[in-house]
Design a protein around this ligand. Structure first.
Ligand SMILES: [Zn+2]
Length: 392
């Protein structure tokens, strides 16, 4: 999207005062605003929707059965509220993935379970592996190549010690005096200048047939940042370990302590349904001259696999659904069509919204539909607290 307004739609519905909006635009009906406020404040369902996504369904990784469950539930719920044409729109995503089991523990010189997560689309280990880990992180390519013979089937610490941590939330536009770059900030660099590149390390480990690849995270105090993408035939068993535990094991290896780990990760690739889905529903416009115009509310429904995606982006999804519910419940008769879309595959690169644009707004054939979009409001505050409205 080239033009995005990150918006807390629910808060808009319930917090803007009748008088302030009416002063800005005399065509705003104060009675409707009063009804919106009462519906949102007195009969809100936003928490039960949020709870369904976060507590009942949980992680909603694109391509997973849980994502489909969330999309089906959202469609059925929007439909039950009386929204028109509540539907799933499918688009080609690729194979899904599920984690079935992950055990990673230190068994020598003392027992300790390690704090770690599977990278998404990681391959399985060949059953349980145990042995002394090999630390290759931060070494020059020549050193790695010399170690190659020891790597087959081994548990490998593939990244340098974590010395630069992420110690603050990203800067929020509302609390910054200077413009803030949209998107996630880059992760700090670890290691030295002459170390092998991540691509060289990955290739070497793949060719050597490493048994399990341990990666580090720049999060602190047990915070672990985990993503992942489908590497196809090159998928490896890849696990992200909390920095404090990663560094501890790596130091033991470096200092010659007899450390031994045990790892068993079992994952499953899902190829039966390679589609993902956007959820779409609307309140049709009522003005004969304007009803083809569309105000689009969007939020991504998918999340990563290691958490419940509460603030990224179940809160956004629940808020845009609640905004639609409120409008329908009060019998709003908008002049333009108001459409809600819950996107899939956002975390892998805005894939669901891009597919929607390709299907409905791109190219000469869609010029009329494109020109009819009056506004797009996107809600995706990401991690951290929800601060409010801003433009990016
Ligand atoms: Zn997000």
């Amino acid at each position: 999207m080239t033009r995005q307004i990150a918006a807390l739609a629910c808060a808009l519905a319930v917090t803007l005062t009748t008088s302030s909006l009416a002063q800005v635009n005399p065509r705003v009906d104060p009675g409707v605003l009063q009804k919106i406020r009462a519906e949102g404040m007195d009969r809100s369902q936003v928490m039960s929707v949020f709870d369904q996504f976060v507590t009942a369904i949980g992680p909603r990784l694109a391509g997973s059965p849980e994502y489909k469950k969330a999309a089906d539930w959202a469609r059925d719920t929007l439909s039950s509220w009386g929204l028109a044409d509540a539907r799933l729109e499918s688009w080609e995503f690729g194979r899904g993935w599920e984690l079935e089991r992950l055990v990673i523990e230190m068994v020598e010189p003392r027992y300790m379970p390690l704090h770690a997560y599977a990278e998404a689309w990681s391959a399985s280990t060949r059953g349980e592996i145990s042995g002394a880990p090999i630390f290759v992180g931060g070494k020059p390519l020549a050193d790695l190549t010399a170690m190659r013979g020891r790597l087959a089937g081994a548990i490998v610490l593939s990244q340098p010690l974590v010395t630069a941590f992420v110690r603050a939330d990203r800067v929020q536009p509302t609390t910054s005096g200077t413009p803030v770059r949209p998107g996630a900030p880059p992760m700090p660099r670890q290691g030295t200048q002459n170390q092998a590149s991540p691509q060289q390390v990955a290739q070497l480990l793949r060719e050597a047939g490493a048994g399990a690849i341990l990666r580090s995270s720049a999060g602190e105090h047990g915070t672990v940042f985990v993503l992942g993408r489908d590497q196809g035939a090159n998928a490896q068993p890849s696990i992200v370990v909390a920095a404090e535990h990663y560094n501890m094991v790596a130091r033991m290896v470096e200092n010659g302590h007899p450390v031994k780990l045990r790892v068993n990760m079992q994952t499953r690739f899902l190829t039966k349904d390679t589609s993902s889905y956007n959820v779409v529903a609307e309140i049709p416009g009522t003005d004969p001259a304007l009803k083809d115009g569309v105000v689009l509310l969007g939020a991504h429904l998918d999340s990563w696999h290691t958490g419940t995606g509460a603030t990224d982006n179940a809160d956004g999804s629940a808020a845009v659904m609640e905004a639609m519910r409120i409008l329908k419940a009060i019998g709003a008769r908008p002049r333009r069509t108001i459409r809600v879309a819950l996107w899939g595959g956002e975390e892998e690169g805005l894939l669901g919204s891009r597919a929607y644009v390709a299907a409905h707004y791109a190219g000469a054939a869609n010029k009329v539909a494109r020109d009819n979009v009056a506004a797009y409001l996107n809600l995706d505050p990401g991690m951290g607290p929800v601060y409010g409205w801003y433009m990016e």
